[in-house]
Ligand binder design. Structure first.
Ligand code: C2E
Ligand code: MG
Ligand code: MG
Length: 709
């Protein structure tokens, strides 16, 4: 130790005592310090230093000797490379430093790294009596740690800068507190997310709060989560997919203070997945479902049919002469033709129908919800097949070339999932071959029975249209009498005098006319006949008080121009509208009650009256029965038939009579075939009757020799 005991600023005598007590002198203590101490007098001469000064500053005895000038020590250090820069400037800086230290309360601290790699932190303390103590601390380890930290920070930064991943932190409430990385900047994510929780920002793939529950559960358990996928819509409308992975941040007490992790833009991957999906499920030529996807659709349709009880239909469509077209004009045109067919199919079918291409020129179509009756579904399927056939048959122009192909269509119906998908496809395929065998450009149902039924209906419909044109229809009438047997009026009932089949019952053709829409022109004809009859009766004193009831079908009732049509027919005939009665059935009223009421009111304002037909078989709600401008209820003939044997039916008839009475309505009992039925009904209070007992339906036309009226 090279301090003299007279040095200014030496520790106090008390401290010296204490140190001695620990068997160490102050000087010895200073030598053991890990800090280098160099004492300078006010001229800058070294007046002392401890042992550590040699060790830490690595200065030989000759340089750091008592009496050495600080300038020389510094210049030596410069020469060795401990201090770098212009020697004079450094010396000047040292002196500036020493002088300013005198006036400052806090020692000025500086750091430098010697040629040997030691990082020293130096500071200067001004001594009260003049001179300075320069203190050096080896902070190499700390500096290394700091450098390592800086390097790791830089590494982290370049990672987030260069990669598509970004770094994020949440606070304990899962609000974003930090977002860093190139993607963050590119999409300005910080602005949109900082301060918000992930579920505070709308995500199309997780629209409901419950969609976030799995993530929230993991967070609640302080668990690590990986690959949590979120779709976001950026302010510019761009859709991006992010994947978040995170782990909890724990403080020294083991408390979770938030989460940190990385985010990744997985949009390209998601898009690739969508492409793969497209390739896997869609036909690349036409964009229609491929075989696999179509089978899936069929499976789904079967499951849905299980629930709904609705019939569905599968169509197998093969183009008849596609191969010829392909051979004649080349594949390019062939492909264009197939694309065109696909487009046509999609255009004429509903969005919910499925269209697929199995391969080549084989298309498949799946229709659902064709109705809950097999016959209705058959009919619908046939109509749609006709539409498809007509559409595909239309010539198209490709490369200035007009091309025409015709389809052979095979159809099979299905209901529910009791059959295998392959089986259904095979049935449609077989039916398609049947239509090929039938000469192509044809439609065939798989089941021969079905086929017969469809053919029958198709023929009937054709004949119906023909019959209407050829006036094969006649209007008959059946009397409605009062208790005394006096005729009050008639019900008009249509008859078809078929040239080959003879008299065809309306029960056989009215539903068909309904389905095909033919009922509208037919209904108009019936109404015209009825009104003409009424006009004729008006000049006949025996019949002028008779009413004539006309049955209105559901489809007629739904015609928007019903009111106008009826009034026009009445006006043209010159009949008294009060003598016209329109019969509606209960089930008809179930559709759009408000619209029905409006039409009925408009007509009854002109004096036309309404009867509710087949009463008791439907689901009439008293609530709207009251609101309808009705004047009559007709007890369905099924109740009359068993009236005398079935007390239940008698009770129903009785109830209807009471109900009608309370509503101020007349009641007609339909289908009265015997005197006993008549008497029973009369006893119950019924005053109007219709049935074979009083007269069978007979032609209304007086010119007809069969007419009785
Ligand atoms: P509806 O309106 O209930 O007609 C009464 C049906 O009962 C008529 O059958 C009639 O012939 C029959 N009938 C009458 N008295 C008796 C009887 O004592 N015993 C039995 N068993 N039957 C009797 P029709 O003429 O075969 O008509 C059947 C249904 O076809 C009618 O039922 C009606 O819903 C419909 N319909 C008939 N003509 C027309 C029409 O011009 N237009 C419309 N839209 N539907 C009509
Ligand atoms: Mg009727
Ligand atoms: Mg009836």
């Amino acid at each position: 130790m090279q301090f003299s005991s007279t040095l200014p600023g030496t520790p106090s005598a008390a401290a010296d005592d204490a140190a001695r007590h620990g068997r160490l002198s102050v000087a010895e203590l200073l030598d053991h310090l890990n800090h280098a101490l160099v004492v300078l007098d006010e001229q800058g001469f070294v007046v002392g230093h401890n042992d550590a000064a040699h060790r830490l500053l690595e200065l030989p005895q000759t340089v750091l000797a008592e009496g050495a000038l600080i300038d020389d020590v510094v210049r030596w250090q410069i020469r060795r490379g401990d201090l770098r820069g212009d020697a004079d400037a450094i010396v000047q800086r040292v002196w500036h430093h020493l002088r300013t230290t005198q006036t400052e309360a806090h020692p000025h601290v500086y750091t430098y790294t010697t040629a040997s790699g030691r990082t020293l932190q130096g500071s200067t303390i001004a001594l009260p009596g003049g001179g300075w103590v320069r203190v050096y601390t080896d902070i190499s380890k700390h500096a290394q740690a700091l450098a390592a930290l800086r390097e790791s920070e830089a590494r982290f930064r370049s990672l987030t800068e260069l990669s598509a991943d970004w770094y994020w932190e949440w606070d304990a409430e899962c609000r974003y507190t930090r977002l860093e990385g190139r993607t963050v900047e590119e999409h300005d994510l910080a602005r949109h997310f900082l301060g918000k929780r992930p579920w505070d920002v709308f995500s199309p793939n997780r629209p409901q709060p419950r969609d976030w529950a799995p993530l929230q559960d993991l967070i609640a358990q302080r668990r690590v989560f990986r690959g949590w996928e979120i779709q976001r819509i950026l302010p510019d409308g761009q859709s991006v997919w992010f994947s978040l992975s995170g782990m909890p941040i724990m403080d020294e007490h083991g408390h979770c203070t938030g989460y940190r992790g990385v985010g990744r833009n997985i949009t390209p991957r998601k898009e690739a997945e969508a492409t793969v999906q497209r390739l896997a499920f869609y036909d690349s030529l036409t964009g229609l479902y491929n075989r696999r996807a179509f089978q899936d659709q069929l499976r789904k349709a079967q499951a849905a049919a299980d629930r709904s009880g609705q019939w569905g239909a599968l169509y197998f469509i093969d183009l008849d002469n596609f191969k010829d077209v392909n051979d004649a004009y080349g594949h390019k045109l062939g492909d264009a033709l197939l694309r065109d067919c696909a487009k046509r199919l999609q255009t004429i079918l509903r969005d919910e129908d499925s269209v697929g291409r199995l391969w080549g020129d084989e298309f498949v179509v799946l229709l659902e919800n064709l109705g809950d009756s097999q016959s209705g579904a058959l009919w619908n399927a046939q109509m749609i097949a006709e539409k498809i056939r007509a559409e595909l048959e239309r010539p198209s122009i490709h490369d200035g070339q007009e091309v025409q192909v015709t389809p052979s269509i095979g159809i099979t119906l299905f209901q529910g999932s009791h059959e295998a998908v392959e089986e259904i496809l095979q049935r449609a395929d077989l039916a398609m071959y049947q239509s090929k065998a039938a000469g192509r450009n044809a439609i065939r149902f798989f089941d021969p029975d079905m086929q017969a039924k469809v053919m029958e209906r198709a023929t009937l419909q054709h004949e119906l249209r023909h019959g209407l044109r050829e006036q094969e229809f006649a209007l008959h009438g059946q009397v409605i009498v009062n208790g005394g047997g006096r005729i009050q009026g008639l019900e008009a009932l249509i008859r078809w005098r078929h040239p080959k089949r003879g008299m065809v019952s309306p029960a056989a053709f009215i539903p068909l006319a309904e389905q095909s829409g033919l009922i509208v022109p037919m209904g108009q004809w019936i109404l015209e006949q009825a009104c003409r009859t009424l006009a004729r009766w008006s000049s006949d004193p025996e019949r002028s008080h008779w009413t004539l009831a006309v049955n209105l079908s559901a489809r007629q009732l739904r015609q928007p121009d019903l009111v106008d049509t009826v009034l026009r027919v009445i006006d043209a005939s010159g009949c008294d509208p009060k003598k016209l009665k329109l019969e509606l059935t209960e089930s008809q009223l179930l559709h759009d009650v408000e619209d029905t009421i409006k039409k009925m009111e408009a007509l009854s304002a002109r004096g036309i009256r309404f009867a509710l037909d087949d009463f008791g078989t439907g689901y009439s709600s008293l609530a709207y029965l009251k609101r309808l401008p009705l004047s009559q209820l007709k007890i369905d003939r099924t109740f009359v038939r068993d009236l005398l044997d079935d007390p239940n039916d008698a009770a129903i008839a009785q109830t209807i009579l009471q109900l009608a009475d309370s509503l101020g309505l007349d009641v007609v009992a339909e289908g009265v075939e015997t005197a006993a039925q008549f008497e029973a009904l009369y006893a119950m209070g019924c005053r109007l009757f219709q049935g074979y007992h009083f007269g069978r339906p007979a032609p209304l036309d007086p010119a007809d020799p069969a007419s009785v009226h």
